[in-house]
Design a protein around this ligand. Structure first.
Ligand code: ATP
Length: 305
C-alpha cells in the first residue's frame, strides 16, 4: 500500500535559517501520528510543504502517491489541513463557508456530510451565525470543519487545541478518533504532550529542522524507562532501614523510592506492615512522553555541541 505521506530528503531555508534540514519521513495509511518539537523546530514549515502551500528548496513530498507539486490537485484532494492560524472570511455564515469550501473541491451536493461535521463539532446552533461573531474557540471548530468538508483520507491538524476549552478538546478528539477508526490517517502537532501520548501510535520529534526521534510511542517511552518511582507518605514518618537502598529522595513528607517492577510494591507494603508503619498516601510515577521529549531535546543539544 502507498504511504499516506512520503517526505524525501526535504530541505527548506528562509535566508540564513535552515527551517528543514534533509527530512525523511514516511507515514502509513491509518496511523495516528504525532509531529512534535519545540517552537521554531520546523513543524508548520513541513506541514505547509506537504499541503503544497510552500515550496521546498530540495527533496520531494507525496500524499497517497501524488506529488504535491506536479500532481497538486490530486494530492490536495486527499489532504485536509487544519492550520494553526485563524484565517477565515468574516462575511459568511458557518454553513455558507463550508458550502463554499466544498465548491473548491468540486463537491456540489454535500449537505449531508456538512450537517454531520457541524453536528460532530457541536456547531449546530452556530451554523447560521456570521463567522466574525464567533469566539476564537468556535472559529477553530470551523477551521476543523473546513478541513474535513471533502472527507480527505489524510488529515493534518496543526495545534488544533491551542487555546481551546476542555469541552471542545473532548468533542474534537472524539470526532478525530472516530475518523481514524474509519481509516483516515491523522497527523497531529501539539505542545500538549499528554494529548499526543493518549492519542498517537507513532511519534517524530523535530529539532532545529532535523528529525531527532522517530518510533512508536511505546518504544520511545520504554527506551528511557529505568523503572518506576513510588512516593510514600508514612505514619510514623520513618522509612525502614531495609528500604534505604531503594530511596532516591525525601520531599515535603514523601519518601521517593525507585523500583524496577510492579511486583516490588507488594514486598514494600508487606515490610511496612510488619514494622507497623501506616501508608497515608502512595503515588506511582511512570516515565511519559514529556520525559522522552525533554531527554531527547537535551541529548541532541549535547550531540550538536
Ligand atoms: P511553533 O511550534 O512555534 O509553531 P514550528 O515548529 O511550527 O514552531 P516553523 O513555524 O516551521 O516552526 O518555523 C521554523 C523556522 O523557520 C523558525 O526559525 C521560523 O522563524 C522560520 N520561518 C518560518 N516561516 C518563515 C518565513 N515565512 N520567513 C522566514 N522565516 C520563517
Amino acid at each position: 500500500m502507498l504511504p499516506a505521506i512520503e517526505v524525501k530528503q526535504v530541505c527548506k531555508h528562509y535566508g540564513a535559517v535552515q527551517a528543514l534540514d534533509n527530512v525523511d519521513l514516511e507515514i502509513q495509511v491509518g496511523e495516528f501520528f504525532a509531529l512534535l518539537g519545540p517552537n521554531g523546530a520546523g513543524k508548520t514549515t513541513l506541514i505547509s510543504i506537504i499541503a503544497g502551500l510552500s515550496l521546498a528548496n530540495s527533496g520531494s513530498v507525496n500524499v497517497l502517491g501524488h506529488n504535491v507539486i506536479s500532481q497538486y490537485r490530486q494530492a490536495r484532494q486527499n489532504l485536509g489541513v487544519v492550520p494553526q492560524e485563524l484565517v477565515f472570511d468574516p462575511f459568511f455564515t458557518v454553513r455558507e463557508s463550508l458550502v463554499i469550501q466544498s465548491g473548491y473541491y468540486g463537491i456540489r451536493k454535500n449537505t449531508h456530510w456538512i450537517d454531520e461535521v457541524i453536528h460532530r463539532l457541536d456547531l449546530t446552533d452556530k451554523a447560521d451565525m456570521n463567522m466574525r461573531a464567533l469566539s476564537g474557540g468556535m472559529k477553530r471548530r470551523v477551521l476543523v470543519a473546513q478541513a474535513l468538508v471533502h472527507k480527505p483520507p489524510v488529515i493534518i491538524l496543526d495545534e488544533p487545541t491551542a487555546g481551546v476549552d476542555v469541552e471542545l478538546r473532548q468533542t474534537l478528539w472524539d470526532f478525530i478518533k472516530q475518523l481514524n477508526q474509519d481509516g483516515h490517517t491523522i497527523v497531529l502537532t501539539t505542545h500538549y504532550l499528554e494529548e499526543a501520548e493518549l492519542l498517537c501510535n507513532r511519534v517524530a520529534m523535530l529539532k532545529a529542522g532535523k528529525i531527532v526521534a522517530l518510533d512508536s510511542m511505546e518504544n520511545l517511552i520504554r527506551s528511557i524507562s529505568t523503572g518506576y518511582s513510588i512516593r510514600l507518605r508514612l505514619l510514623p514518618d520513618t522509612l525502614p532501614a531495609a528500604l534505604h537502598t531503594l530511596q532516591t529522595g525525601y520531599h515535603s513528607g514523601f519518601y521517593d523510592l525507585r523500583i524496577k517492577a510492579y511486583a516490588q510494591i507488594e514486598s514494600i507494603l508487606a515490610l511496612l506492615r510488619h514494622e507497623a508503619i501506616q501508608v497515608l498516601e502512595m503515588q506511582l510515577q511512570q516515565p511519559d512522553l514529556e520525559d522522552v521529549f525533554i531527554r531527547t531535546m537535551q541529548n541532541t543539544e549535547h550531540r550538536q555541541i
